[in-house]
Write a protein that binds this ligand. Structure first.
Ligand code: LLP
Length: 443
């Protein structure tokens, strides 16, 4: 199956010409392929078939309800990190009994809401949080199902902002402390020990850190199993995706690039299957990027071409407020023309001089690519920023008072708008009292 590919020089997503979506819904536009998401989910699920497992999609990667619904229908549970994400998941028809609640700073309101809805597990990140959840559940005459997030202190070999399994990170409870904290938890009246969890980071492209972390935590898991009859071990998410592919060269297709990726789903599962099978527990996984990252693009139109003494810029209508990953992490996103003219097909021979692809936001950090070799780009051209399905729209903001972009989903030959573009009225909707008529607070 092809997700994003060229037909006669025109970029298609599944069976829909991408330019049609841009014409219909405008740009910037996030466009997702349902088939790709389901294919990734299906391949992971199938690779794990021999293991009692549940894939809890990490909602933070892309939380549009249409996407949550797709995954729910495919059998996924959800890993959520806020009351808002739980609300979204439930609105998409999720079974709360298949939702895990992670995060270092859960509020009272969020904990109460999750207790009322009956989540599968609170993944606890500190002793203070454990005490707080016990107190809140006790006041509600409930028992909160819990797992401790254990920090195995392993190097995930990824960007420092998204590495979470080292002891200097704010996440989890140190492996050496964990047994003691479980012991305390076992004596608490309003918590029920249900499992153990880890998550060492994101965009990890080697199997070794996952294996190292699992092997480090495995003895604790076995001990907890015999002491407290825990049900599950969640190994978190973090499996990286290919951000570079062969699509720009016009040779091969998206899946070829997937196969050439250093860590495939198969390699990942092959590496972790044996140590996990030995534990004899239900295994939870929390993939986000893997399922949706390569399933989405950000469509944008070139507004102006600007040449200075040193540089050539293509100024596009998407900005860092729409996709912040390049500005925040210096991350690479492939950028390709939606319509390849015969001269714009990138071959080794006709590559033009390097160009910066930048947005309209008033910051020099507002770039999508710097000194990138591109085929000839002109004002009015449509470009696709690839692999923008994860941590794209969800991290968008209204900076520079730019309305949030629209989102659309393609399924085979069908195209649907799944979020409207914001209007100027939306920008000021939550603001009250513009005349600033204050009253003195009573002392
Ligand atoms: N589970 C937990 C507890 C997490 O904190 C995360 C991601 C995941 C699962 C899913 O990880 P994934 O499978 O997507 O790698 N904004 C960054 C990524 C932040 C990841 C945060 N936690 C980016 O754009 O690269």
């Amino acid at each position: 199956m092809h997700a994003f590919h060229y037909r006669d020089g025109h970029l298609f997503c599944e069976d829909v010409e991408v330019a049609i979506a841009a014409d219909r819904f405008g740009t910037p536009l996030y466009l997702y392929s349902a088939g790709t998401i389901l294919d990734h989910f299906g391949r992971l699920d199938e690779a794990l078939a021999g293991l009692d497992h549940l894939i809890c999609y990490a909602v933070k990667a892309n939380s549009n309800r249409a996407i949550l619904r797709l995954l729910r229908d495919a059998g996924a549970g959800f890993d959520i990190v806020s009351g808002g994400e739980l609300f979204r998941a439930l609105k998409a028809g999720a079974d709360p009994g298949k939702c895990t609640f992670a995060g270092v700073g859960k509020s009272r309101e969020e904990i109460e809401y999750a207790l009322e809805q009956g989540v599968y597990s609170f993944n606890i990140e500190s002793e203070a949080e454990l005490d707080y959840i016990n107190e809140i559940a006790s006041a509600k005459n409930q028992r909160a199902p819990i797992a401790l997030r254990v920090n195995p202190d392993v190097e995930a070999q990824t960007h420092q902002y998204i590495s979470t399994g080292k002891s200097e990170n704010k996440f989890g409870i140190a492996l050496e402390q964990a047994a003691k904290v479980y012991e305390r938890a076992s004596k608490m009246p309003a918590v029920a020990i249900r499992g153990v969890q880890m998550h060492i980071g994101s965009q990890i492209t080697e199997a070794a850190p996952f294996v190292a972390a699992i092997e480090k935590i495995a003895p604790l898991v076995s001990e907890l199993r015999s002491k407290y009859a825990i049900e599950f071990f969640s190994i978190g998410g973090g499996l990286g995706i290919a951000y570079e592919s062969s699509i720009a060269s016009g040779s091969g297709d998206w899946w070829t690039s997937q196969r050439s990726h250093p860590l495939t789903i198969r390699d990942y599962v092959d590496a972790i299957l044996l140590p996990l099978t030995r534990l004899g527990l239900r295994i939870l996984l929390e993939p986000g990027r893997l399922l949706v990252g390569n399933a989405g693009i950000l469509l944008t139109r070139v507004r102006y071409i600007k040449e200075t003494a040193q540089k050539k810029f293509a100024i596009i209508d998407a900005g860092m407020n729409d996709l912040i990953r390049p500005a925040l992490y210096g991350s690479y996103h492939e950028i390709v023309p939606v319509n390849q003219s015969s001269t714009s097909r990138i071959t080794k021979k006709n590559r033009t001089r390097k160009i910066d692809i930048v947005g309209p936001v008033c910051e020099s950090g507002d770039f999508f690519a710097q000194d990138r070799e591109m085929p000839p780009v002109q004002a009015g051209d449509l470009l696709a920023v690839m692999s923008a399905g994860a941590y794209g729209f969800v991290m968008a903001s209204n900076y520079n008072s730019r309305p949030l972009p629209a989102e659309a989903l393609i399924e085979g030959d069908k195209l649907a708008l799944i979020r409207e573009r914001e209007s100027f009225a939306d920008l000021v909707r939550g603001e009250v009292n513009p005349e600033l008529r204050g009253v003195s607070p009573t002392l």
